[in-house]
Design a protein around this ligand. Structure first.
Ligand code: UDX
Length: 488
């Protein structure tokens, strides 16, 4: 459906306000959704907080791509954060506190007055905030604007650890105290004793978190249930175990995943396709030399290692992972994001033997074009922090995973990878060179590899979901239709 058709049908032009969580992963997803809506002729305003918009302006292939759309505009809103780089996972609640005290009142004023900025005259007809911004749902309801939440975390975590949080608290499973991490959770429908306390989202563990961490998640689940709909980056076949249960809480769910391939598909089908290299929404500059390094390797021989945009590891953990990789004998491509190693990295002198073996078989970069890396034939495994984007990008390419979850939904995702989808090994709460070495061999060695069939099956289902007749294409079209109806 094009822009002119939409104008003919509606007197008020559909105008969606997308308001993402100001972090690399969620912004990346939200930009993909924004572009899909733009392609259908809907007006989109993308509201970034200043903190994430600054780095986006610096590394900006994305800005030139979006400048092609007359129906797209960026707006920014203060968030009270300084000029430092995007936050690391250990500072997530600092970010949320700042958004609550600085951004929330400004956002409320914006929405209730009906004017996004001095430049913008067009009223917002539908709001799509990140689910974590429960205040945005309250404000949308107050301003009588239809609201659909976009959750960029995994549906499995949303179901097990957010929607069921009141039941977990009542059962005494949360907050998790002491050592009883292996106790099996029985109060979550659809989980058939699969989840242990240690597999719940990290905010369920009481250690080191602010008191309001659980309250924030309770509010998030409540806000989602009050919205007109919920957008998820998954596909029906992947989460068939939990989606029917989730629909009891939130009947109108749009499953539009894998969003990165659905986005690529629709963009390429567009009469004026963007150049391949400009499809990236990365906030940081990607080191493309690793692709030519991969070109030199045989199919399925390289293990890719990355802990995403927020996770950090200590020097001790880095050394264990490093030895595990080298001892596995597999060539490795390792993303070591600046700032991701803590605790004396500057003083750390790697043993000569480790460096020599790394020079033979390893490639270390600061940031990689991950979607292209995972799609490269040389990749045979992924040692990941189990962020939801990384998980879905990997399973779409049929790459088995070694999971080392760090925070948030990652604890749940890694359990699903190991026990529900059976496409990898979960080494949660351990970091030992022998375990790393064995896990890498287990997912990569071809003889009687138990993961090759499951990874292929899921990858094929992921591809099917985004075809013209697939469930995710259908869901996206339904979302677009519903936005038009809500705007009229
Ligand atoms: C955060 C949370 O940690 C995660 O659990 C939640 O699901 C979303 O927000 P993040 O650490 O950013 O995510 O991980 P992930 O969701 O995996 O996203 C990382 C993104 O960065 C991916 O889209 C990946 O393709 C991209 N990436 C990563 C690169 O482009 N280059 C890299 O070198 C590494």
């Amino acid at each position: 459906q094009n822009h002119q058709q939409i104008n003919a049908k509606n007197t008020i032009e559909p105008h969606v306000l997308i308001f993402p969580l100001p972090l690399q992963g969620p912004v990346n997803c939200a930009l993909k959704l924004a572009e899909l809506l733009c392609l259908s002729g809907i007006h989109v305003t993308f509201l970034n907080t200043e903190h994430i918009h600054r780095p986006l302006l610096r590394h900006a292939p994305v800005l030139s791509r979006f400048s092609r759309y007359p129906n797209f505009r960026f707006e920014t809103i203060p968030d009270g954060l300084g000029h430092q780089d995007p936050v690391t996972g250990d500072r997530f609640y600092e970010l949320m506190d700042s958004v609550h005290s600085v951004t929330k009142p400004l956002f409320r004023e914006m929405m209730v007055s009906g004017r996004l900025s001095r430049k913008s005259e067009r009223p917002v007809t539908v709001m799509i905030p990140d689910g974590v911004f429960s205040f945005a749902v309250d404000i949308a309801i107050e301003a009588s604007i239809p609201v659909v939440c976009f959750e960029t975390i995994s549906p499995c975590s949303l179901w097990t650890s957010y929607f069921n949080l009141p039941m977990l608290i009542e059962a005494g499973d949360v907050p998790i105290k002491g050592n009883d991490l292996d106790k099996v959770i029985t109060c979550v429908p659809g989980m058939d004793h699969i989840i242990r306390r240690r597999d719940l989202a990290s905010f369920c563990r009481s250690d080191g978190l602010p008191d309001h961490a659980i309250e924030l998640s309770l509010k998030e689940a409540h806000a989602i249930s009050r919205a007109q709909g919920l957008i998820l980056n998954t596909f029906e076949d992947l989460d068939s175990r939990i989606l029917p249960h989730m629909r009891n809480f939130c009947p109108n769910i749009y499953t539009i995943g894998p969003l990165h391939t659905l986005h690529k598909n629709r963009l390429m089908a567009n009469p004026t396709p963007a150049e391949k290299t400009t499809l990236s929404n990365s906030v940081w500059k990607e080191d493309l030399t690793c692709i030519s390094w991969l070109d030199e390797h045989e199919p399925k021989t390289v293990i890719y290692v990355s802990i995403g945009s927020l996770a950090i590891m200590t020097v001790e953990q880095m050394v264990e992972i490093w030895y595990g990789l080298v001892n596995s004998g597999k060539p490795f491509l390792w993303v070591r994001r600046p700032g991701s190693i803590r605790g004396g990295y500057e003083e750390f002198r790697a043993p000569t033997e480790l460096l020599a073996r790394t020079n033979e078989t390893g490639c270390i970069v600061e940031w990689a074009p991950q979607e292209d890396v995972l799609a490269h034939p040389a990749i045979g495994g992924f040692l990941t922090h189990s962020g939801w984007n990384s998980t879905i990008e990997s399973l779409t390419e049929g790459v088995p995973m070694v999971c080392w979850p760090y925070v948030a939904d990652q604890q749940v995702n890694s359990r699903f990878v190991g026990e529900v989808w059976k496409i990898g090994v979960d080494m949660k709460d351990t970091c030992d060179r022998l375990i790393v070495e064995k896990a890498v061999r287990d997912v990569m060695d071809s003889k009687e590899n138990i993961y090759s069939q499951t990874t292929n099956t899921l990858a094929n289902l992921a591809k099917e979901a985004i075809t013209n007749t697939g469930s995710s294409s259908f869901s996206l079209d339904r979302l677009i239709d519903d936005i038009l109806v809500m705007s009229s």
